[in-house]
Structure formats: structure tokens, C-alpha cells
Write a protein that binds this ligand. Structure first.
Ligand SMILES: O=C(O)[C@H]1O[C@H](OP(=O)(O)OP(=O)(O)OC[C@H]2O[C@@H](n3ccc(=O)[nH]c3=O)[C@H](O)[C@@H]2O)[C@H](O)[C@@H](O)[C@H]1O
Length: 445
């Protein structure tokens, strides 16, 4: 008999081979997993790159030297609600309803002066589109209430920031605005010590951003914008004339408004933009700003709280040329109506353009003590006055406007004295905040 073949060596070899195959297949598996992982990572990186840098461009149709801006505009349009319905609202709101009507972009439209001007323009048949960032410098619910009021009059407010170049650019792509009424700003004299950067961001960077977009717009709009009585700073000549010096601002707020006037000069000089700066003097009235003294004095008097009434270091009364909102609105519309067209095109100046500055005040300064006295009468409540020296926080002791120039050029003539204006304010205040009906009846006019 043949002895069975010795297979032990063959078996060993097969076991060894099968082991090697297992090891190799595991290695292969690991290698392919790694490859797969790397490929996925690479694809993810490419996607992140494309998304972040918007490459290749989504639009290549721009040929006005503003290619990047417009490309980003299209890319971002969905972020601010761009689209057919949004554009329809924008167009509808900004289309004039009278022959030769203006089409005005009102920045700060949910603000105090902005909301009043928007309504007045719309009532005349002009087209108005609002822009506002609804920031929380003061109670945003008041801004939302103004927005709701404007909506009732078919005025649409785009929610966005002055520093959002793509958004501004998009608005000018959609609407050939004839005018900008630029009222968006970081307001408040004393708050500048708490939040200086917000003044730089809105009043300087935001303004430059708006001018950059306006300069390339076709047609270039004429721009009327809000400067401030505070630019007179430590000026001691009275009443304040546009010819007086304005190189001694007492607050960062004033300095940013003064900077705005110089920046306006530059854009007028280089690009032919028509620019009119309006120096508002302590504007007050219904739908006003809760950060202003007349407003929070009213609130605090009604709540039985102390109010600080400032005096100068010499113990004299602090005074302001308080100006009623309706007079300011007339001034803004007068400035818009007399604004000449910008002369530039496609970012190039074609000839000299209009450059103006006007005081818009009441020409009748009133002491803060007297203001408090009027409020006490209207509210039938004695104020708990705490008379203190004016803190060194950017405030100035006195303002008084000479408005001869605004009268000459567009018939500006304030007609509301402080007592009548505050009566209207109090009537609105008690109605808006739902304060005792007895007060409301007592002060109805
Ligand atoms: O014309 C402007 O360009 C500016 O007007 C406004 O500034 P102002 O004239 O300073 O108004 P506002 O603060 O209401 O103080 C009124 C008076 O009350 C005094 N005041 C103030 C606070 C206080 O606690 N006590 C007090 O006596 C105070 O000393 C002052 O005499 C806008 O806010 C500003 O954004 C800008 O537009």
C-alpha cells in the first residue's frame, strides 16, 4: 500500500498564503479607506473654497468697473430676501405717483426724522424706499411701530445696514433713485463716550459706503443728508451761521458729523455728486427718540423719578434751539426739491456739482429749566428736579441757529414754538404708551 502523501507541508503553505491574503486585503481596505477619506476631505475643501470666494463668478455681465461688487451682490441676494417678490416690493415702494416725482432712498426710515420725511414724501406722490438696520440703540419696538405706520402708506423698509455694500448696490441695480435722503446715523451726543466705535461705523464708514455706491450708480442720485448743530462745538459766536468755524467739536458725535461734511466735499469734488448737508438743531416731536432729554424727562416726570437738569460750570442755564419735527420735514423737502442733479457718471465727474450746507433750527433758544416747566404744565405733574453742573461728556451749553441761508434758498421758516410742539408731543406720548385717559383728554388739542 502506498502510504498517504505527506500533506503537512502543503497545508502549512496554504495556511501561510491565506494569512498573507488576509493581511494584504486588510492593508488594501485600510489604504482604500484612507484614499476615500482624503478624497472626501479634498472635495469638502474645494466646496468651502468655492462657497467662500464665490468662484467662478455667478455673474460676469458687469462692465462698469464694479465687477466684484456686483458679483457679490448677486451671490448675497438670497441672504437679504432678494428675488422677484422682494424686487417687486422695492420697485412698487420707490415708484413716484405724480409726474416728475422723485424716487428717494431714505436711510434711517424707521428713525424719528426718517419716518416723518418718508410719510411726507409719499403723501406728495414721491416714491420712497426705506432702509434701516433696526439697531437697539433705543427701544426697537418703537422703530417697528414706525415701520408699521409706513407700511400702511405703502412704504417698504428694507432691513439692512449702511455698511452692506452688496445690498446697497443691489438696491441701485433695481431702482434708478433720483435722490437719497440719508438720515441713518448713530445719534446721541453723550453715548459716544460709551460706544465710540458705533459712531465711526455708522457716521463715517457707513456714509462712505453709501457714497461709494452712489458715485457708480447710473444715474448718480442727488444726496441730502443729516449733519448736526453739534459741529459748532465750542464756537462762541451767536447765532450760529454756516460761515462760523466748526473745527472745535466737543464730542465724538460732532467730530463724525464734521468728518461727514469734509467727506461730502471730497465726493463732490472727485465724482461730481450733488451733496447737501443739513445741520439739525435738537429736533423733537411725536414719534421722537427716547434717548433725548424732552422724551425721557416726560417719562421720568410721569413715573415720579428725579431728573437731572444741567447748568453750565458758571451756573448758567443750558439752552437749546429746540426745533419741531414738522419744520425739519419742510426743510428736508425744500433741500431735496432744490438739489441739483449730480454731474458724474459711471464713477467719473463730468462737471462741477452742487455742494451745500444749511442750518435747520428754530432761531429761538430755550433753557432746559423752561422746557421742564412746560412739560410740568402739560403733564399736570411737578418734576423732581435735580439741578447739577453739566458733566464733561461732550455736551455744549448753548445752540442758536441763524437760518437765513435756508430761507433764501428754499423758503425755510420754522413756525412751531416749543410750547406748541411739546403739546403735540405729549398728546402723542400719552396715546402711544396708553397713559391715563384723563391726561389725554386734558391735553387734546
Ligand atoms: O442738535 C443736534 O445735532 C443734536 O441734538 C440732540 O442733542 P442735544 O441737543 O444734546 O439733545 P438732548 O440730549 O435731548 O439734550 C437737550 C438738552 O437737555 C440737557 N440735558 C440732557 C440730559 C439730561 O439728563 N439733562 C439735561 O439737562 C442737555 O444739556 C441739552 O441742553 C440729539 O440728541 C443729537 O443726536 C443731535 O442731533
Amino acid at each position: 500500500m502506498l502510504s498517504p502523501p505527506d500533506t503537512s507541508k502543503t497545508m502549512k503553505l496554504e495556511r501561510y498564503n491565506s494569512y498573507i491574503r488576509r493581511v494584504n486585503s486588510t492593508k488594501l481596505l485600510n489604504a482604500s479607506s484612507k484614499l476615500l477619506f482624503r478624497a472626501t476631505l479634498l472635495i469638502a475643501l474645494i466646496l468651502v473654497f468655492l462657497f467662500t470666494f464665490n468662484y467662478p463668478p455667478l455673474s460676469s455681465s458687469e462692465n462698469n468697473g464694479n465687477h466684484h461688487l456686483h458679483t457679490r451682490t448677486n451671490f448675497l441676494s438670497s441672504a437679504f430676501g432678494g428675488g422677484a417678490a422682494w424686487e417687486k416690493q422695492v420697485r412698487h415702494s420707490s415708484t413716484p405717483r405724480r409726474p416728475n416725482g422723485m424716487s428717494v432712498l431714505v436711510t434711517g426710515a424707521a428713525g424719528f426724522v426718517g419716518s416723518h420725511c418718508s410719510l411726507a414724501l409719499k403723501k406728495r406722490g414721491d416714491g420712497v424706499l426705506g432702509l434701516d438696520n433696526f439697531n437697539s440703540y433705543y427701544d426697537p419696538s418703537l422703530k417697528r411701530a414706525r415701520q408699521a405706520l409706513l407700511k400702511q402708506h405703502q412704504i417698504f423698509i428694507v432691513e439692512g445696514d449702511l455698511n452692506d455694500a452688496p445690498l446697497l448696490s443691489k438696491l441701485f441695480d433695481v431702482v434708478p433713485f433720483t435722490h437719497i435722503l440719508h438720515l441713518a446715523a448713530q445719534a446721541g451726543v453723550r453715548y459716544a463716550m460709551q460706544n465710540p466705535q458705533s459712531y465711526i461705523s455708522s457716521n463715517i464708514a457707513g456714509f462712505v459706503n453709501l457714497l461709494e455706491v452712489a458715485k457708480t450708480a447710473k444715474p448718480q442720485p442727488a444726496i441730502v443728508w443729516a449733519s448736526s448743530s453739534s459741529v459748532y462745538g465750542l464756537n462762541t459766536e451767536n447765532p450760529f451761521s454756516e460761515l462760523h468755524r466748526t473745527d472745535q467739536p466737543a464730542s465724538l458725535y460732532a467730530a463724525t458729523k464734521k468728518a461727514g461734511e469734509e467727506i461730502a466735499h471730497t465726493y463732490n469734488h472727485i465724482y461730481g455728486l450733488s451733496l447737501t448737508g443739513l445741520r439739525f438743531f435738537t429736533v423733537y416731536g411725536p414719534w421722537g427718540r427716547p434717548d433725548m432729554a424732552y422724551f425721557f424727562f416726560t417719562k421720568d416726570i410721569l413715573q415720579g423719578k428725579n431728573i437731572d437738569v444741567y447748568q453750565t460750570q458758571e451756573g448758567k442755564e443750558v439752552a437749546r434751539d429746540f426745533t419741531y419735527i414738522d419744520d425739519i420735514v419742510k426743510g428736508c423737502i425744500g433741500a431735496l426739491e432744490t438739489a441739483e442733479k449730480s454731474t458724474g457718471s459711471g464713477g467719473k465727474k463730468r462737471g462741477p456739482a452742487q455742494l451745500r450746507i444749511y442750518n435747520l433750527g428754530n432761531t429761538s433758544p430755550v433753557g432746559v429749566g423752561k422746557l421742564v416747566g412746560i412739560l410740568e404744565g402739560l403733564l399736570s405733574t411737578k418734576a423732581k428736579k435735580h439741578v447739577i453742573k453739566m458733566p464733561s461728556n461732550g455736551d455744549v451749553p448753548y445752540t442758536h441757529a441763524n437760518v437765513t441761508l435756508a430761507f433764501k434758498d428754499f423758503g425755510y421758516k420754522p413756525t412751531t414754538d416749543l410750547a406748541s410742539g411739546l403739546r403735540k408731543f405729549v398728546k402723542w406720548y400719552v396715546g402711544y404708551y396708553g397713559i391715563q385717559p384723563t391726561l389725554k383728554r386734558e391735553h387734546s388739542t
